[in-house]
Design a protein around this ligand. Structure first.
Ligand SMILES: NC(=O)c1ccc[n+]([C@@H]2O[C@H](COP(=O)([O-])OP(=O)(O)OC[C@H]3O[C@@H](n4cnc5c(N)ncnc54)[C@H](OP(=O)(O)O)[C@@H]3O)[C@@H](O)[C@H]2O)c1
Length: 300
């Protein structure tokens, strides 16, 4: 499978800070280092980061810990995630944490060429199977997602060239809940008309963020999702077929299906992302889960 295109503006080495260097951030760091960039990964707790990514221990909720950022940063990617699903935690990370980081950059006179804020497609409240893109109204069903919108607004008002990237549901190595549910017999089909779900492989999250970071003329907003907003039933059926497992018919214990509580049913368009020149490593769940089932990832 082809790797994403590199952009002619991406002359390494850029000095890049990844604020919130976890599941996506670490893979992003690995890719940026491989492309010749100099990378720092910021997080609170010590952790083994990919070779070449320097650990920067700091707390985005504690501005005093952000005083000694690496100087002369060319790129900043904010990929921190709330560690709890409550209002305080969301506000602290997606709004106030970003504000603290932007303040720290301004205070030191830093002039990054691009700052990216990783947001989420959960900002869309559409739930009737509509296509949504960057121009669609973002009126979240969950009040928590308003903090993501607040972060996006903050970045747009900052003095830096900013890009918000709304990712859909992330899966990949170690995030294989659906595969496990099919394997252990807990997967349940919903039945009825399709309720569309949206996903993106971790490697594409990292790949598209690296692509947008150094893309000349990147826009202020992109959706990051694969090309097939299939229903969860379709994904489950496909996984079951791959694993040679028969799923129980729809309806049995369907009330345990998380979608009943999530209100998901929209289709995220990646047209703008693809038009920017990014080529998905895993265009649909079939390639992405296929690689996971075979226990290998795409060539790096
Ligand atoms: N999961 C999904 O399906 C999904 C969907 C759409 C969008 N997203 C977004 O995608 C981004 C990346 O997600 P992910 O799965 O890579 O998250 P993750 O694995 O949980 O990583 C988040 C990182 O943020 C760090 N962090 C959290 N609070 C911090 C703080 N106060 N100060 C400094 N670092 C902090 C964590 O490290 P420490 O704990 O060591 O601080 C961790 O390294 C997030 O913005 C998330 O909201 C996720």
């Amino acid at each position: 499978m082809a790797e994403p295109q590199t952009d002619p503006f991406a002359r390494p080495p850029w000095r890049v800070l990844i604020a919130g260097c976890g599941y996506v951030g670490a893979e992003l760091g690995r890719r940026l280092v491989a492309a010749g960039h100099q990378v720092w990964g910021l997080r609170r707790r010590p952790a083994a980061l990919p070779a070449g990514v320097a650990l920067l221990q700091a707390d985005l909720a504690q501005p005093a810990t952000l005083r000694d950022l690496p100087p002369r940063l060319d790129g900043v990617i904010y990929a921190a995630a709330a560690d709890r699903g409550d209002d305080d935690a969301y506000a602290a990370i997606y709004h106030h944490g970003l504000a603290h980081l932007l303040d720290a950059l301004v205070a030191r006179g830093q002039r990054p060429r691009r700052v990216i804020f990783v947001s989420s497609t959960s900002v869309y409240g559409q739930a009737h199977g509509e296509w949504v893109d960057e121009s669609s109204p973002a009126e979240p069903e969950r009040a928590l997602s308003r903090h993501l919108l607040a972060g996006e607004t903050l970045l747009a008002q900052s003095p830096f060239p900013g890009t918000a990237v709304r990712l859909s549901g992330i899966y990949g190595p170690g995030r294989t809940r659906l595969i496990e549910q099919v394997r252990n017999g807990h997967a349940r089909l919903q039945g009825g008309p399709p309720a569309f779900t949206n996903r993106i492989h971790r490697d594409d999250c990292a790949g598209l963020l690296a692509h947008l970071l150094t893309l000349g003329g990147a826009q202020a907003l992109y959706l990051g999702s694969d090309s097939d907003p299939a229903s969860q039933d379709e994904v489950l059926r496909w996984l079951a077929a791959q694993l040679g497992i028969t799923l129980p018919p729809p309806g049995e214990a369907a009330a345990t299906d998380a979608r009943h509580h999530s209100g998901q049913n929209k289709r995220c368009s990646n047209r703008r992302l693809l038009a920017s020149g990014y080529r998905l490593i895993y265009p649909t769940f079939r390639e992405g889960y296929g690689a996971l089932l075979q226990g290998h990832d795409a060539p790096q």
